[in-house]
Design a protein around this ligand. Structure first.
Ligand code: AMP
Length: 545
């Protein structure tokens, strides 16, 4: 027997309609590429999203056609999130940190029809436009006055003039909630990137889940600064959850240095921020030496790569800012787990609580997790046994666009997505990543977690960033070494760092060597690029070999 409740498709247009009606006067503040601060409201956002939808209709774009962006976090990008998907087209956010050849490859693979870009990225567009025959319209995200006269891009228009004059009335179409809404290519650290194609259903369910108290806990009382880019995994879904909750939104635009972020936070009363560890390192690097305090910031979500415990402690102990450690993937929309304590943990001593908070956290309802050994058998949830982490759920990838399904089947035939991460899960369900499976160091038949080794190094005051990799060893198979970028002016030595490990991990897990580097190579999404580091250290030999 079927239930007798209304069946209303979960569509992204319903989020913007809701925000318009219930939070119309809540503010959206953007630092623009032009350098100034722009302010408007959700009502304005909804109005211009409808104008954009009319513009796309006028261009004759079909349902499912891809409309791409190459843009920072800002209000025009937000309009595209709703105007493009809401009208049935697919928003394709392209990562501008990729090499232009990869950008061209991605645009062609996605067969984008329109490309809207911030003027910062004009040089990329100039380098690729002649190689992108599917694009019918190039749009600069600016007003008519700032449109470059001699860009060399045929038919280039300014976004503001493109949508101006269009009606701000638009009846958002109703269609199947499984219709594609947006797409994002994976980082592509090995081979060509793969495209994840999100649906209206997966996006709205993720938006609900992300707003929950033990997830991002967003509310109409918050002022939210997503530093995490809208060009990668939809800024962790914050644009959608923001429309659902009506929080004030503060977009940083291109100014992601510690000083600019701090000043924006203070000026706009930011209570909540989200970003990857490297961004917060820059923020703390500005706040600490200048003796500053956060007057409104209460919570920050940190994820995308392992958040060093020293960073959690600095935020919480020195500044009273709660850190929520999060884990996810492009293939997961992206949220999978978030780390918050349970009621029974509230009485624990602080150092015991800290041990829990360093983990990647508990699964959000909607995400099922398993860890399996190399024999495919489930490992116990005891906080010690580790295995390959598999996930399934309604906002997790089933197949790549124009690609294969990565899923593995269980005994009941259900598909699980292999994350490529190695993890433990404890009896309370707290998951902890020990490594990417390809980064695990195997020494004498035992596994060593490179994340543990990096976290210890990064707790040393002289270390800005550390990356641990395995080096071939004739007897032990592999031994860990740690590449370290010192903080400016710091004088830490190899011996001092190796001594720093003593008593913190088992003796055999201590790295064999410390190699000082100017900087740790980072990929297009701010994660450490160990493949490049390995290339850089190609001629390296372990001490004594
Ligand atoms: P991406 O799809 O580019 O967002 O990368 C996803 C990968 O980033 C995951 O599979 C993890 O390896 C890594 N990652 C994300 N969040 C964390 C975290 N909190 N701790 C450790 N690794 C993380």
């Amino acid at each position: 027997m079927l239930g007798l409740m209304q069946s209303q498709p979960l569509l992204i247009s319903s989020l913007i309609e809701f925000a318009d009606r219930h939070h119309g006067d809540a503010q959206i503040v953007s630092r623009r590429v032009e350098g100034d601060i722009h302010r408007y409201t959700y009502r304005d956002l909804a109005r211009r999203s409808r104008q954009l939808a009319n513009t796309l209709d006028g261009l004759g774009l079909a349902m499912g056609d891809r409309v791409a962006t190459l843009a920072w976090n800002g209000y025009r990008h937000m309009e595209m999130y709703f105007g493009v998907s809401g009208s049935g087209r697919v928003l394709h956010t392209v990562n501008p940190r990729l090499h232009p050849d990869q950008v061209a490859w991605i645009i062609n693979h996605a067969e984008d029809r329109v490309m809207c870009f911030d003027l910062t990225f004009l040089p990329i567009i100039q380098a690729v436009h002649a190689r992108c025959p599917t694009v019918r319209q190039w749009v600069a995200l600016c007003d008519a006055d700032r449109l470059p006269a001699d860009s060399g891009i045929p038919g280039l228009v300014s976004y503001d003039s493109w949508i101006a004059g269009q009606s701000d009335q638009y009846a958002w179409p109703e269609f199947d909630e499984n219709t594609a809404s947006s797409m994002c290519y994976t980082s592509g650290t090995t081979g060509n990137p793969k495209a994840v194609l999100y649906s209206h259903r997966s996006t709205t369910l993720h938006a609900y889940a992300a707003a929950l108290p033990d997830v991002m806990c967003l509310s109409a009382r918050d002022s939210v600064l997503p530093v995490v880019p809208m060009f990668h995994v939809n800024a962790w879904g914050i644009p959608y959850s923001a429309a659902l909750t009506g929080c004030k939104l503060v977009f940083p635009g291109p100014a992601l240095d510690g000083k600019s972020l701090y000043e924006l936070m203070e000026a706009e009363g930011v209570t909540y921020a989200a970003g990857v560890p490297t961004v917060w390192q820059m923020l703390l690097g500005h706040v600490k030496p200048n003796g500053l305090r956060f007057s409104t910031l209460r919570r920050t979500v940190i994820g995308g790569s392992a958040c060093p415990p020293a960073m959690i402690a600095a935020f919480q102990d020195d500044y009273g800012v709660e850190v929520l450690h999060a884990w996810g993937m492009t293939e997961m929309s992206p949220l999978g787990t978030l780390c918050t304590l349970k009621n029974k943990h509230l009485e624990l001593p602080k150092d015991e609580q800290m041990k829990i908070l360093q983990k990647q956290g508990r699964a959000i309802y909607g995400v099922d997790m398993r860890i399996v050994g190399s024999d495919g058998q489930d490992q116990p949830w005891d906080g010690k046994s580790y295995g390959d982490l598999l996930v399934r759920g309604p906002w997790i990838v089933d197949s790549y666009y124009k690609g294969e399904s990565p899923l593995v089947r269980d005994a009941q035939g259900r598909g699980w997505f292999p994350t490529g991460d190695v993890a433990t899960i404890d009896a309370d369900g707290f998951m902890q990543i020990t490594d990417r499976s390809k980064d695990v160091i195997k020494s004498g038949g035992e596994w060593i977690s490179s994340i543990d080794i990096e976290n210890i190094a990064m707790a040393h005051p002289g270390v800005a960033m550390a990356a641990c990799i395995g080096m071939p060893h004739p007897k032990w198979d592999e031994r860990p070494i740690v590449a370290v970028a010192r903080r400016p002016g710091a004088e830490v030595s190899r011996e001092e760092l190796l001594k720093f490990y003593e008593g913190k991990i088992a003796k055999w897990q201590i790295p064999d060597d410390v190699v000082f580097v100017d900087s740790i190579p980072l990929g297009a999404t701010g994660k450490m690029l160990k493949t490049r580091l390995r290339e850089q250290l190609a001629g390296y030999r372990l001490p004594g070999l």
